[in-house]
Design a protein around this ligand. Sequence first.
Ligand SMILES: *Cc1c(COP(=O)(O)O)cnc(C)c1O
Length: 219
Amino acid sequence: MSVEERLQDVRDKIAKAAEEAGREPDSVSLVAVSKTFDAEHIRPTIEAGQRVFGENRVQEAQGKWPALKAETPTIELHLIGPLQSNKAADAVAFFDVVETVDREKIAHALAEEVKQQGRSIRFYIQVNTGLEPQKAGIAPDDVAAFVALCRDELGMQIEGLMCIPPVDENPGPHFALLAKLAGENGLEKLSMGMSGDFETAIGFGATSVRVGSAIFGTR
Ligand SMILES: *Cc1c(COP(=O)(O)O)cnc(C)c1O
């Protein structure tokens, strides 16, 4: 299958999963995860109408996206990878959405840059639903306090929550937990579900799914 065909296949599966969950197909947005793929691989998906893309490294994105954005200014870029404080300025200058706000230090750095640059960036808080020691994210019990810090104290535009469930576990309970935490904190958006489990995530209320290899192939 070509990249265009795989993209269409993912779109069809999203629509079907939404329908089965009694939701509108356009209530789920597709973030096409293009990390490690170069502009030539990405361009056919833009030509097929894809506009929202996810990258996990600031520097890699800065290298390949300016040319593509010059061709198609309506592209929206999401940072979905871990962020170092010394990259906060670049991230705020370059991305439209940062999905990986995962600790106080980075929240302060991002909020400061938003003020300095006058950019209106949207944010997601990454939640470590599986309490995995090696994984970034706020512990479920700390989400309420962290949302309050980011939204009320720092004035950040917090749109929703994001999670990456443990690879070796059934993702359903993690998606359910993320949805519950979002509801408790008055957040509407849920970024959850990847190539292997996006249909499940839609059943649990995902408003955006981050799909890479199912579209672009194995990395
Ligand atoms: C790479 C990545 C994805 C996409 O994973 P696939 O399994 O290729 O769909 C989604 N979310 C995050 C945070 C990623 O780093």
